[in-house]
Design a protein around this ligand. Sequence first.
Ligand code: FAD
Length: 391
Amino acid sequence: MSQLLTTDVLIVGGGIAGLWLNARLRQQGYNTLLIEQQSLGGAQTVKSQGIIHGGTKYALQGALTRSSEAIANMPERWLAALNGTGELDLQGVELLSNAHYLWSPGSITGNITSFFASKAMRGRVDQVKGAALPPALQHPQFKGRVYRLAELVLNVPSLIQRLAELAGDSLLQAKQLKPLYNNHAQLIGMQADNYLVQAQRVVLCAGEGTAELLNALQLQQPKQQLRPLHMVLVKGQALKPLYAHCLGGGSKPRITITTHPTTDGEWVWYLGGNLAEADGVARSADEQISHAQQELAELVPWLDQTQLSWQTLRVNRAEPAQSGLVRPDNAFLAEQDRLLVGWPTKLALAPDLSDRVLHHLTQHAIQPTATQTYPDLPRPVVAQPAWETLF
Ligand SMILES: Cc1cc2nc3c(=O)[nH]c(=O)nc-3n(C[C@H](O)[C@H](O)[C@H](O)COP(=O)(O)OP(=O)(O)OC[C@H]3O[C@@H](n4cnc5c(N)ncnc54)[C@H](O)[C@@H]3O)c2cc1C
């Protein structure tokens, strides 16, 4: 026998997009149910580097594009939430670093340097030296320049844990999802295992799983693109914290390094950027590790690599389709009757996606109904990050 659950908004997918949206809607008084197939954050979100970009890395092209303007206020919004004064109360979420750095191992070309010093970038990019350098770069052999960006790096598992708390009793784990239609062939919800969930709106934010859900709904649009990445993880006591894009001359960072504490008291460097993109994807795990070892030997030659452990992680980024696999820089939301389909395109842009959903609800006069509770549902667990499971 199926059990009927009714709610205002049904959210499919418990990554950052679904969890942030769920918390915001609940805070506005909406009843919500969020269905997660596996674990909370376990697809892309806890595999992310946790950087709350303000768009400054796009300034590597030497100009602030429109997209970098759009993302520019994200660090401020997240910081307010972390301080308990923002749109969500994220007090207790661990801030790994209150800055991300741009690090040029050589000399940055004249254009970029003068752009960094320009009025557009004032207060967003400051050069740091000596004791103000990130600990991993404080070494007599260090050469190059380092710029501090007003961006944040979060401990993503602690973020997901907090959003799971804010979700209260609204989380439901279900393996099988099928669309539910009324007699007029209108979507009215989802069958999720033995539950029939009816809602005024259904929001798909299932990351890579969205394509299959759209297929089940017999919809051709919006189309999704996947960008495969081959990340590298390195663990050991010789590592010190470093949160930086290392510049390589092109418009993308040569390597992006974030540092994550593990429960056994060590640090893991998580390496992405260009290293993890096309050429990196083509490499086998062993080739990718040996490439990363050479990169670090060149960039941080004082780092003793003898006691380090190495792993790689393959993961797809799921985004709305763009021509030529260009990176989309805004949260994306498509609307079709009662169905909304979203990809935040970045962890940092989850608030932007929620804004768009809330705007839709306001425009269509969808109001919160009387408060419901959902006791005794099967609940999804919070995913473990790769730095805990791979070593
Ligand atoms: C290696 C890497 C590094 C990154 N670094 C950063 C960064 O530093 N900063 C940044 O801003 N962004 C970063 N990103 C991007 C960011 O991680 C993603 O944009 C964001 O996490 C996407 O969140 P999401 O909720 O849309 O998707 P996901 O996190 O993929 O969540 C989707 C959820 O939906 C669930 N699901 C799928 N199908 C179904 C179904 N049928 N029924 C129920 N549930 C389903 C999945 O199990 C999953 O939990 C990074 C991404 C990667 C891969």
